[in-house]
Design a protein around this ligand. Structure first.
Ligand code: EPU
Length: 438
């Protein structure tokens, strides 16, 4: 078993480069299925989920040329792609569901294993299913698989989402770009990753209006062409570093993501006592795809508590929730966090309590009373963000913290340990023996 061993406390100082967003690149890779030929995606982070998506596309018949160091993935899409995404891969990564829309759109058929619930909540897929049905597909659940078919192809429709689901918006847009006629998605999600996918689809020849708004209008086209596309920077990874700077009283320059992708987040960090400014050569409104826009975050001696409600973009992202709780756990006062997206994102809190954090949970609220200092302990990561949140807590704690479940962190954070070391943290990845009495 591998664990991250952290000797805290540490204030992080230095500069970091953030590459493309996990939650965009996986969907961009799925979108390549829409056009036969060679598409190339750049600014790809070296994370485990990218390797899983490469394997998924390979099993659908694509040729993959992945250069982790250069950060590029070339996908050679055949004229006939396979239609089955099996459970072995889907269970490793829920984002596998994002091949459903492109497969039904292009092949008029798909069989995609249904991912189960996970550590952050039940995570329904009804909007994906009902949306595809509105577009004329028949979708049934058979032996744990969504089996979708539309022998005559999809046709445009009006779809109103009951909630701006990121995954459903993406799947429906990717299905609609090759449908006959016009599709309107009302109450669409507006995350920067969705903007990124829409831009790539437009570059492939799709017709999409309202990009970045909650009303997307897609006019179907006959076919799409392969493309080269640079993935948008990872605002959640950038946000992770920004929280680390403020919570540890450090000073981090963060390149690869402009301030404009973190509305609300940087305001909250300023309330916590952080000082934020653009790095030289950056325009804070800078294009999301610019090569190296960035900002610098400096933390106070001790943070002030912050009150946060998670909401769909441009609201405060649920994926940064564990960092809010970690920061509040050492803040000078009481902070309240309200989680509005995932009902079970609290497993992290039990672990944080092992470090001495004072958190009480009531429904979807977490009330955190800051303590002077945390004390290192052994804890276990239950998902990507919880894992990174526990590492941050370990940096705040006195003594040694060991975080297990590091495979979760590897799914979303590239070179996490080397980057933390470069910023001055005392952290290493160590092998621990599994218990031998089981
Ligand atoms: N929902 C439904 N039915 C649906 C779809 C969603 O009830 O058909 C519910 C979910 O159960 C959840 C809420 O709607 O309560 C939001 O789900 P959404 O579909 O927006 O999320 P997602 O597409 O499954 C993506 C990210 C998550 C991120 C959320 C919210 C990817 C691969 N994942 O998930 O990222 O938390 O959007 O922003 O894009 C992470 O990166 O660690 C992560 C969990």
């Amino acid at each position: 078993m591998e664990v991250f061993a952290i000797d805290g406390p540490a204030a992080l100082r230095g500069e970091i480069v953030v590459r493309g967003a996990k939650n965009s690149v996986l969907k961009l890779m799925a979108a390549t299925l829409l056009a036969p030929g060679r598409s190339v995606i750049s600014n790809v982070p070296a994370i485990a989920d990218v390797r899983i998506m490469c394997e998924l596309l390979r099993r659908l018949g694509c040729g993959i040329d992945y250069d982790a160091a250069a950060g590029t993935v070339a996908v050679e899409v055949p004229t006939e792609v396979g239609i089955t995404a099996d459970y072995e891969l889907v269970r490793l990564m829920r984002a596998s569901i994002s091949v459903l829309g492109p497969l039904v759109g292009r092949m008029h058929a798909a069989e995609v294993a249904v991912p189960g619930g996970d550590a952050i909540g039940s995570r329904g897929l009804d909007m994906h299913q009902h949306g595809l049905e509105r577009l004329g597909a028949q979708v049934t659940l058979e032996h744990g698989y969504f089996v979708a078919s539309a022998p005559a192809g999809l046709r445009g429709a009006e779809i109103e989402l009951p909630f701006p689901s990121v995954g459903a918006t993406e799947n429906l847009v990717m299905a609609a770009v090759l449908a006959a006629g016009e599709t309107v998605v009302e109450n669409a999600a507006r995350e920067p990753e969705i903007v990124d996918i829409c831009r790539m689809l437009v570059a492939m020849g799709a017709r999409i209006e309202g990009i970045g708004t909650s009303r997307l209008v897609v006019t179907g086209v006959e076919s799409l062409a392969p493309v080269s596309h640079r993935c948008v920077g990872d605002r959640i990874v950038a946000g992770t570093w920004a929280f680390a700077a403020v919570a540890t009283g450090g000073d981090i320059g963060i390149r690869g993501v402009p301030q404009a992708l973190l509305p609300n987040v940087l305001d909250k960090l300023a309330e916590a006592g952080g000082r934020i400014e653009d790095l030289p050569g950056t325009d804070s409104q800078g294009s999301a795809t610019a090569e190296a826009p960035g900002f610098r975050v400096r933390g106070p001696r001790r943070p002030q508590p912050i009150h946060v409600s998670t909401l769909p973009f441009p609201g405060f992202p649920t994926d940064l929730q564990p960092f809010v709780i970690a920061l509040n756990s050492v803040a000078d006062g009481v902070g309240l966090l309200t989680e509005n997206l995932f009902e079970a994102r609290w497993r992290f809190v039990n672990e944080l309590s092992r470090l001495g954090a004072k958190v009480s949970i009531d429904g979807n609220h977490a009330l955190v009373t800051g303590v002077e200092s945390l004390s290192g302990a052994e804890v276990e990561a239950s998902d990507i963000r919880a894992g990174a949140g526990l590492v941050l807590a370990g940096l705040l704690a006195h003594g040694r913290t060991e975080v297990s479940g590091v495979d979760h962190i590897d799914r979303g954070y590239e070179d996490f340990v080397p980057k933390l070391r470069a910023l001055g943290a005392s952290i290493s990845r160590i092998e621990k023996p599994e218990p031998d009495f089981l």
